[in-house]
Design a protein around this ligand. Structure first.
Ligand code: GLN
Length: 197
């Protein structure tokens, strides 16, 4: 069998550790990635949840924004959760001034979309391609996907709003599978990375 793929977790801000643990449990070699040179050493990349405005600012500061945009456009497999989903969007409906994304998925997203009274909640989510029942969706000031282009596959909705999508080698969820101990979505991403090698 092929050796395990090496998957980075963008370690500028957010729940990096939880993703490293989930990826290792899904049979990847997982490592934090902060510097542009480290992009050469990975087969795939997770962009964690956290605060997308901060991730965007730090990516600029660390000289990561442009190299990452280029690698993603060139086909680096990526998986974004929550703030990470926002960073993969081509467009944010309500960006902070100067907030730039990495792109990768032809979608428009709305930050903090699930509203104030409902800022954080959990709900079962049925995800296309994930077997053995719904995953536990942990939503924390979560975005939703407002609209998608023709190339984007909708994998899951919650209350009529799109919360998981895939376009080619890019995967994104509004919720946080890394916080649940259920590694099925990380395993799906590891499979995507293996298939891309
Ligand atoms: N609301 C946050 C943002 O705009 C995302 C929250 C999260 O990642 N849990 O980046």
């Amino acid at each position: 069998m092929n050796p395990s793929p090496v998957i980075g977790v963008l370690a500028l801000q957010g729940d990096v550790r939880e993703h490293l643990i989930a990826l290792a449990a899904a049979d990847a070699v997982a490592r934090p990635v902060r510097r542009p040179e480290e992009l050469a050493e990975i087969d795939g990349l997770v962009i964690p949840g956290g605060e997308s405005t901060t991730i965007s600012k730090l990516a600029d500061l660390f000289g990561m924004a442009e190299p990452l945009r280029e690698r993603i456009a060139a086909g680096l497999p990526v998986y974004g959760t929550c703030a990470g989903l926002i960073m993969l969007a081509e467009k944010i409906l309500d960006p902070r001034s100067g907030q730039e994304t990495f792109g990768g998925i032809d979608m428009i997203v709305r930050r903090n979309a699930f509203g104030r009274q409902n800022e954080s909640f959990e709900a079962g989510v049925t995800v296309a391609g994930i077997e053995d029942g719904p995953v536990e969706g942990v939503f924390i000031r979560a975005p939703w996907v407002e609209s998608v282009g023709a190339e984007v596959e909708i994998l899951a909705e919650h209350e009529g709003h799109v919360v998981a999508v895939r376009q080619g080698r890019a995967l994104a969820t509004s919720f946080h599978p890394e916080l649940t101990g259920d590694h099925r979505i990380h395993a799906l991403f590891v499979d995507m990375v293996r298939a891309a090698r």
